[in-house]
Write a protein that binds this ligand. Structure first.
Ligand SMILES: Cc1cc2nc3c(=O)[nH]c(=O)nc-3n(C[C@H](O)[C@H](O)[C@H](O)COP(=O)(O)OP(=O)(O)OC[C@H]3O[C@@H](n4cnc5c(N)ncnc54)[C@H](O)[C@@H]3O)c2cc1C
Length: 659
């Protein structure tokens, strides 16, 4: 019999659902909060905001992160901004419009009710962050400023120069520090969760490794929340921070938490192109640049060939010979089409031979028109740190004049190409953000909840902070309301013994392989397989080949890995080996899901399923569901469980960004 998933979505139309939900929700008696402990794993925007809020509400919080400070979580990398439906511009924005854009942007594969709730709390996030002192950009008159991001025709993105994530995290960190000072949050930095401990079917604790001493430690609580980020680094090269990993999420999956929509991986259109095989990181050029930058390639193939050979420069090509292909193909949204659409369009041009650098895998992002219109000072105010970052990496400053044709100044354009950036898939959660394991919750990028098959720009921070400040602190209480009578379980229980023994055995296994290959060399090879067969364009044949190659490489990992050092003390190579073990599980899961979904939608593009114009072709009749995967043991195919999607407020249709 097919398994049924209870997503706990309250009945009734959007937006009444969320209000209804709040009205009937169980809350924890304030006195009992003191008896309840919650473990929050992660201090990115999702984790830090959740830990701070839970502490503030009176719960006892244990908060862990792998970095030496919560302020160094990957969230600080976020450049461009955070969405909210404030409508300060008076440009027709509304909660409904943000909700609609997000559902459409996700190619109608998100849960409608969750997205409505997200749009509704988006405005509270901005108020909360302003109250914390986050220095959002302001207009001359003092009003908070906005810019536009992909998939929207209104300006709803709040930003702090190109450092929005860092400033938001500093705000959340202040609140967190306040709770640490009040004794409500106990912070453990440089601790890595290795396993979740299940007692009588509920998550009641974790095993974590002290990354400095190498010792394993046990933590017990009434509930566990993971906020450990996405799995983009499965691909080795990505815009994610080097430390990003999916170990906690994969371990929860191994223990019975369903993993939803793993094939929905976001490839960001504006990254600095790969420039050699010694690279370990790719750099994002924020989507905000598409507000003023225009994307183009030459119209003539001979110009493209000259650019590839280095005998011509972009600024020597006159206006009439430039193909602003996004403006041509999508007149209504132009350069601000969603990321999946922009990435595929860049690939299409480069595949046809119009790439503009020596590898043929790059397109131009050009600021000439906007600098001529607004002046370099305005452009520098908006994107100064991004221009400097680009110069530091490529030695080209996009604000430098390079040429003048017919009295028009041409500035040096950036070169960009799509790269792995974000993962929409994640641990399956119900409407309360609880996983399929009672007592285990997942928030932020590590859950699958709100973005469907494609995330719109500036919506990850919105979701992470919505989860952390405004959703989880309430929904978790529904679970905790009657938990105070059980108390905390002892870490001496056999379930903790068993979990710790298993983690120890894994560490020994990895150290004792004593083969010849470094973690990075194998990870790089896995990344090549992922990009080649499970990347931007997928086919059934390619996915099967990719899976076969992954199995072979995993065998190589299990038999020929070399990890220097020992279990005691700091051993970064050992930590990376654990992460790589889990990237293998994740990579195969992405491929299984992609193979099972015989349609194209959002970030999942199966080449067999496309329109004549090369757009994604969905199959709503057969694939209008969340694909949830249940772990069936190493080497075995996981089992697919479907959560059907139900739309009441929005008409499901083909995405259109042309008019
Ligand atoms: C370059 C870049 C720019 C971006 N710009 C934007 C933007 O402008 N707007 C936007 O909306 N989104 C943006 N994003 C996406 C956004 O930054 C992320 O989706 C978001 O910050 C994720 O937050 P998080 O709290 O879920 O996870 P993270 O910030 O990744 O935090 C994960 C936390 O978990 C901890 N952790 C991980 N594993 C373990 C473990 N096993 N044990 C203990 N702790 C663990 C880490 O220490 C960390 O504290 C950008 C992403 C990138 C890569």
């Amino acid at each position: 019999m097919a398994k049924v998933i209870d997503s706990k979505i309250p009945a009734g139309p959007v937006p009444e659902k969320w209000k209804e939900y709040k009205a009937h929700q169980r809350l924890v008696n304030p006195k009992n909060k003191l008896k309840l402990d919650v473990i929050v794993v992660g201090t990115g925007l999702a984790g830090a905001s959740a830990a701070a809020s839970l502490g503030e509400m009176g719960f006892n919080v244990i908060n862990l992160c792998i970095q030496d400070s919560p302020r160094r979580a990957h969230s600080i990398a976020a450049q461009g901004g955070i969405n909210a439906a404030k409508c300060y511009q008076n440009d027709g924005d509304s909660i409904y419009r943000l909700f609609y854009d997000t559902v459409k942007g996700g190619d109608y594969r998100a849960r409608e009710a969750n997205v409505y709730r997200l749009a509704e709390v988006s405005n509270n996030i901005i108020d909360q962050c302003v109250a914390q002192g986050v220095p959002f950009a302001r207009e001359y008159g003092g009003m908070l400023a906005n810019r536009s991001f992909g998939g929207a025709q209104v300006s709803r993105t709040f930003y702090a120069k190109g450092q929005t994530g860092q400033q938001l995290l500093l705000g959340a960190y202040s609140s967190l520090s306040c709770q640490v000072n009040a004794g409500k949050v106990k912070l453990y930095t440089r601790y890595e969760m290795e396993d979740v401990v299940i007692v009588d079917g509920r998550a009641r604790g974790i095993i974590a490794k002290n990354l400095v001493t190498g010792k394993l430690e046990r933590f017990s609580a009434n509930a566990v929340v993971i906020a450990t980020g996405g799995y983009g680094n499965t691909y080795f090269l990505s815009t994610n921070a080097m430390g990003c990993n999916c170990t906690a999420a994969v371990q929860c999956y191994r223990k019975g938490a369903y993993f939803a929509n793993p094939s929905y991986v976001q490839i960001h259109p504006t990254c600095i192109p790969v420039h050699g095989d010694k690279q370990s990181k790719l750099t994002l050029m924020s989507e905000s640049l598409r507000n003023d930058g225009r994307i183009w390639v030459p119209k003539k193939i001979e110009d493209a060939k000259a650019l590839q050979a280095g005998t011509k420069q972009g600024w020597e090509i006159p206006e009439e010979d430039r193909d602003y292909y996004l403006e041509r193909r999508y007149p209504a949204f132009g350069n601000l089409v969603p990321r999946d659409v922009a990435s595929r369009a860049a690939k299409e041009r480069c595949d046809k031979g119009f790439g503009v650098n020596n590898t043929g895998l790059a397109v131009f992002l050009d600021f000439s028109e906007s600098i001529n219109r607004l002046g370099i000072d305005v452009i520098m105010q908006r994107y100064g740190n991004l221009f400097e970052m680009y110069e530091e990496i490529t030695d080209v400053f996009p604000g430098d004049v390079a040429n003048e044709i017919n009295g028009v100044k041409y500035y040096k354009p950036m070169m960009i190409y799509p790269a792995i950036h974000y993962t929409m898939g994640g641990i399956w959660v119900d409407y309360e953000l609880q996983t399929s394991i009672p007592g285990l919750f997942a928030i932020g990028e590590c859950n699958f909840s709100d973005h469907g098959a494609n995330r719109l720009g500036a919506s990850a921070l919105m979701q992470g902070l919505a989860d952390g400040y405004f959703v989880l602190p309430y929904t978790i209480q529904n679970y905790l309301a009657d938990q105070s009578i059980w108390g905390k379980v002892s870490t001496d229980r056999p379930e903790f013994d068993e979990a710790e023994k298993a983690v120890n055995a894994e560490l020994d296994r990895l150290l004792n392989i004593k083969g010849k290959r470094s973690v990075d060399s194998i990870h790089k090879e896995l990344g090549h397989i992922m990009w080649e067969y499970v990347g931007m364009g997928r086919t059934a044949e390619g996915l099967k080949t990719g899976l076969k190659k992954m199995h072979e490489l995993e065998k190589e990992f299990d038999t020929n890995l070399f990890v220097p050092g020992s279990k005691e003390g700091l051993n970064i190579e050992l930590d990376k080996a654990i992460h790589l073990r889990d990237f293998f599980t994740m990579g195969q899961l992405v491929a299984f899901d992609a193979l099972s979904r015989n349609e194209s939608c959002g970030g999942h593009f199966r080449e067999e399923y496309q329109t004549e114009e090369g757009e994604a072709k969905r199959d709503d009749e057969n694939y209008f569901y969340v694909g949830c995967w249940e772990y069936k043991g190493k080497g075995n195919e996981p089992e697919l469980i479907k959560e059907p999607l139900e739309y009441e407020a929005i008409k499901v249709q083909t995405r259109n960004y042309k008019n």
